[in-house]
Write a protein that binds this ligand. Structure first.
Ligand code: FAD
Length: 386
């Protein structure tokens, strides 16, 4: 059986690896001429690690961890609103969240594929979905490719999703914009974690290689561009607690990634059409507040691989894809909603409301110390299909 995967992101690579390991012939079509992991860092959550375990790659990612200790949620003046203990997370979920560079996680996934699987510099432009009597066909800016299954893992602006679901409006602007950067670790002591202001978030995550992955989010009109990202970030976050201004100042000119955040407010009706499956951001782009976009892409990928791998013909593929949609559409829609709700909590711009929110979280944390962890149960307690 043969699969063509479109997009060499976390979702596409994981799907290709899962099917390759089960004896399928795999081709991954990627429009970029070279694979560069865009987007600095990534938090791999326990559910993402469980997905990677099904590929035999979980431990390679666990080894990338720089810290498994405590993290804090703080106010811009540095006062701690709530804390999470790394060992409590390991006790509850079997793993901590592993912060890593995107490039390192991508290298682990690439190592699972045969060397000739990747076709760089080829863009998908359309798809014929196939039916009981014909296989699906990928149309590209090079040769067309036939397969038993096509996987659309081509990200938030997916060309294939638009072709499969032309009636769906696609992702909508979430109301805020995000920055990401990798910088040398600043001197002095500080707790990793997130700082929440009135509508703004700044996150700090130490990495094993001596650098820090930092991200920021704030309200903005869609499409706004800034001549100098560093100046813009210092304007918005320069008065926040140590080491936020130091981190921004340490960024290389041109080394700050900036993009508007889109989310799939209305779920797709299914994650497949004919013999074409959709996964990851192409299916359910979500805001980054839950830190789940890539983790969900990997959940989709290993679920799809497990369901579809035993199929021997187009009828069995059709049954497997119906089960894939039935399992994953509710899960994807739930994650988009949860991430949106968490974002709404951070986006309180009114000072009194933000103070009330912080006090509520402090109190809740004192009364039920593992409340934040319990709230993560529906997100990270996921188990892969047998
Ligand atoms: C600020 C921020 C922080 C985040 N932090 C986290 C986090 O900590 N944890 C987490 O799990 N998620 C996080 N995310 C979300 C995560 O980055 C995405 O959800 C994830 O990368 C999606 O993976 P994917 O494989 O679906 O798509 P992508 O990674 O977008 O990959 C799509 C691939 O398809 C290729 N492609 C596109 N169109 C075509 C075409 N026509 N033909 C061929 N190839 C094509 C692209 O070049 C790309 O390589 C964050 C997002 C943001 C904005």
């Amino acid at each position: 059986m043969k699969v063509v995967v479109v997009g060499a992101g976390f979702g596409g690579l994981a799907a290709a690896a899962g099917l390759h390991q089960r004896g399928w012939e795999v081709t991954v079509v990627e429009r970029a001429a070279e694979l560069r992991a865009v987007g600095a860092g990534l938090a791999v959550a326990p559910n993402g690690l469980r997905a990677l375990d099904t590929l035999g790659a979980g431990d390679a990612v666990r080894k990338l961890a720089a810290f498994k200790g405590d993290a804090a949620m703080r106010r811009p003046d540095g006062r701690v609103i709530a804390g999470t203990a790394g060992d409590a997370m390991v006790r509850r979920f079997g793993d901590a969240v592993i912060p890593a560079t995107r490039a390192a996680v991508m290298d682990v996934l690439l190592g699972l594929l045969p060397p000739d699987a990747l076709r760089l510099g080829v863009a998908a432009t359309g798809v014929e979905v196939g039916d009981a009597s014909s296989r699906p066909r990928l149309v590209t800016d090079s040769d067309p490719l036939d397969a038993d299954l096509i996987v659309a893992a081509d990200g938030v602006n997916s060309v294939l999703r638009k072709a499969l679901f032309p009636e769906h409006g696609g992702p909508v602007y979430s109301g805020f914009t995000a920055w990401r950067m990798l910088v040398p670790a600043p001197p002095g002591d500080y707790l990793p974690g997130e700082t929440w202001g009135g509508g703004q978030v700044f996150g700090i995550t130490p990495l094993a290689d001596g650098r820090v992955y930092a991200y920021a989010a704030d309200h903005a009109v869609a499409g706004t561009t800034y001549p100098d990202q560093k100046v813009e970030l210092l304007r918005r976050f320069g008065s926040w607690h140590h080491p936020i201004p130091e981190i921004i100042s340490a960024a290389e000119p041109g080394g700050i990634l900036h993009n508007d955040v889109y989310e799939m407010a209305v779920p797709l009706p299914a994650y497949h059409r004919g013999a074409v499956a959709v996964l990851g951001d192409a299916a359910h782009a979500m805001t980054p507040h839950l830190g789940q976009g890539a983790n969900q892409a990997m959940e989709d990928a290993v679920t799809l691989a497990a369901l579809v791998a035993p199929a021997k013909d187009s009828a069995e593929i059709a049954i497997a894809l119906a089960r894939y949609s039935a399992l994953r559409v509710p899960r994807g829609a739930d994650m988009v909603r949860r991430s949106h709700r968490l974002g709404a909590l951070t986006q309180t711009t009114s000072r009194p409301k933000a103070a009330l929110r912080n006090a509520g979280m402090r109190l809740a944390g004192r009364v039920v110390p593992d409340l934040a962890l319990r709230a993560m149960d529906p997100v990270v307690a996921w188990q892969p299909p047998q």
